[in-house]
Design a protein around this ligand. Structure first.
Ligand code: SF4
Length: 279
């Protein structure tokens, strides 16, 4: 039986993108190919906020500090925190997922496989998880990805079959990383990969921005994705994993989205739950 290293598994309301407001189970896998230390920092500077957190002081996610700069889910990929993320069997994960549901069976809830970056090596284990009898009632599945990982050919075929069942839908919510993340353009903007997701499921792009300068970068990226054949919708979402940062940006980002005829995505988890771990 396959195992997956799970950073967090919890039930909440989806706060971002297409399924905003929908009751959702979040399966956060461990590991990411990026660090995104530029978020919330002055241009060209990188955050060391998470680096200054002593991992030995923490035994569970819920007690971890929130950060206002850099990646807000730092513990889901920083190896210093790997002791908080158990390796679980797909059987155990399916049991734990269904156990979070209000009626212990799938009704209108949706599953979000997120990270870290969920399309790293764990792709090979997802079919076993999704084929588990307890997962048969699942209808809507989203991968929250940074859009840099090709789908493994076997997983690609598996997803095509999974999504072929009437009533089921797969979504790729692609949060492509702009220079304000601190990541390199050529590694973060991979239009050919996102084009591939579009063949398998409903795919949209979500750019995290704070101002017009970030939007100028988003516009360049949008041009590259469109040139590669990406036809899906585009959301702009404010920077800000904590309320003090989010409220500085949200209105300005909504205005930029309206001005350019793009979709605005909130981060409902920030005002509703203060973006605490497990929400
Ligand atoms: S891609 Fe996402 S999980 Fe990975 S470092 Fe960036 S913000 Fe964090």
């Amino acid at each position: 039986m396959s195992k997956i290293k799970i950073a967090e598994l919890f039930y909440s309301i989806q706060g971002e993108g297409r399924y905003m407001g929908v009751p959702s189970v979040f399966l956060r896998t461990f590991g990411c190919n990026f660090k995104c230390a530029g978020f919330g920092m002055p241009k060209g500077e990188l955050s060391n906020e998470a680096e200054n957190i002593d991992p030995t002081k923490y035994t569970e996610y819920k007690s971890l500090p929130l950060v206002s700069t850099g990646c807000d889910s730092y513990a889901s990929w920083d190896v210093r925190f790997k002791h908080l993320s158990p390796m679980l069997s797909t059987d155990g994960i399916a049991d734990a997922i269904v156990d979070t549901l209000p009626y212990k069976e799938w009704r209108d809830e949706h599953l979000v496989i997120t990270g870290g970056e969920p399309l790293l090596g764990w792709q090979r284990s997802y079919p076993e998880l999704l084929d588990h009898p307890k997962m048969h009632g699942l209808k809507e599945l989203t991968f929250e990805t940074n859009g840099t990982q090709h789908l493994d050919p076997k997983f690609y075929d598996y997803l095509l079959d999974w999504g072929d069942v009437p009533g089921r839908e797969i979504t790729f919510s692609v949060s492509a990383k702009l220079p304000c993340s601190g990541e390199k353009w050529e590694e973060a903007i991979r239009p050919e990969i996102v084009r591939e997701y579009q063949d398998v499921g409903y795919t949209y792009l979500k750019f995290v921005i704070a101002n017009e300068q970030d939007f100028a970068d988003a516009e360049c990226a949008i041009g590259a994705y469109r040139a590669a054949g990406f036809t899906g919708p585009i959301y702009l979402m404010p920077v800000g994993g904590v309320e003090s940062v989010y409220t500085l940006n949200n209105r300005a980002v909504a205005d930029i989205a309206m001005k350019h005829g793009l979709r605005y995505s909130d981060r409902l988890q920030v005002p509703l739950f203060k973006n605490e771990w497990g929400t």
